[in-house]
Ligand binder design. Structure first.
Ligand SMILES: [Zn+2]
Length: 349
């Protein structure tokens, strides 16, 4: 158990430096207890055991042994697994801004996080919140944690996490522009600071920008203060660059605790995961990325891809698959829309 914990810790640290893919993990409903970082190991081995030739590398929902098989539970995303990319970690500087002198007070921080407004069912304690799986959170708060739009819709949304970078994000933008498609990008604060021109380009070309934390920490392992700083400092950087405060929030790995979910919702965020996972963070080839998307996309789907990754992470499969994904979805009669359009929420708050 101890060895396990140490391995998990060091893996988590390497991961944050990688800024790698945002998802991971086994289905939240599978283990009865709150997932800890060990799920990453499980998920990795599970993922590695999957034959690459099987386009259905992972069953985002259906194949999971869920105790509850309601549609909502079934659509619970399988959070991305951290990429297996080695972490050269060229930037050793800590990227989580601390509440240092130059960052005086965080005006939006509330003194208490665990006090939900009257609209929330009950006061949530941290221990309670950590016992809820993502599936349970979705069932309990279907309006706060979104995985998909209306299944009656003929619209679907392409989403790209861990942006921006200077390699893949521009290529993704070029393809979207060529095909007249608008998408949603979930940005990391640390990456936005590094590549401000690309952030502005994303916004200027009509795409919607959401908050994906500052440097891709697993929210459920953070203190309340650090969790809030991850979000607020990213908001601050994004607002400086794009002129609005994103309303959409996607937690790294799709993981968020109940109290964090409620706090973020109280702050005006709409928390959005996905129900179709391209698994592109595994550095799959274009045909498999395409299959993972096209075999599982239905009306209202929210599709997870990445346009940024850790050092050395190869997302060329995402780029190569994208024209085919777009054209095939269009041929099937789907409109490719942004998340605010799909979910009928504003892009800002
Ligand atoms: Zn991510």
């Amino acid at each position: 158990m101890k060895k396990h914990a140490i391995a998990v810790l060091s893996y988590g640290m390497a991961l944050s430096l990688l800024l790698c893919s945002c998802s991971s993990s086994t289905p939240k409903a599978a283990p009865p207890s709150m997932p800890d970082m060990s799920f990453m190991e499980q998920s990795n081995s599970a993922a590695e055991a999957q034959p690459q030739s099987n386009p259905r590398t992972i069953a985002p929902t259906e194949q999971r042994p869920l105790a509850n098989t309601t549609p909502i539970v079934q659509s619970t995303p399988v959070p991305e697994a951290p990429a297996a990319t080695p972490a050269p970690a060229p930037q050793a500087a800590p990227v989580v801004p601390q509440p240092a002198a130059e960052q005086p007070a965080m005006p939006k921080v509330k003194p208490k996080t665990n006090v939900p407004p009257a609209s929330h069912p009950a006061k949530v304690t941290t221990s309670q919140s950590q016992r809820l799986t993502l599936s349970q959170l979705v069932k309990k708060y279907p309006d706060l944690l979104r995985l998909k739009g209306s299944s009656n819709s003929k619209s679907v949304a392409l989403t790209f996490d861990d942006a921006p970078d200077e390699t893949y994000t521009p290529q993704v933008l070029d393809i979207l522009k060529k095909h007249h498609v608008r998408a949603t990008f979930f940005l990391l604060g640390v990456q936005a600071v590094k590549h401000p021109a690309i952030v502005k380009r994303i916004a200027n070309e009509g795409h919607v920008i959401g908050n994906h934390s500052y440097n891709h920490k697993l929210f459920t392992k953070l203190s309340d203060d650090v969790f809030r700083l991850q979000i607020q400092n990213t908001q601050k950087e994004l607002h400086k660059l794009i002129g609005y405060s994103p309303r959409l929030l996607r937690p790294p790995y799709g993981e968020i605790s109940e109290s964090q979910l409620i706090w973020a919702s109280d702050q005006g965020f709409t928390i959005v995961n996905w129900n179709v996972d391209s698994l592109d963070w595994k550095q799959l080839g274009a045909s498999q990325v395409s299959a993972n998307i096209l075999n599982h996309t239905h009306g209202g789907s929210i599709i997870l891809q990445h346009s940024g990754g850790g050092p050395g992470q190869n997302l060329s499969g995402t780029v190569k698959a994208l024209p085919n994904v777009i054209q095939t979805l269009k041929d099937r009669g789907y409109n490719l829309v942004t998340l605010p359009d799909l979910l009928q929420v504003p892009k800002d708050k």
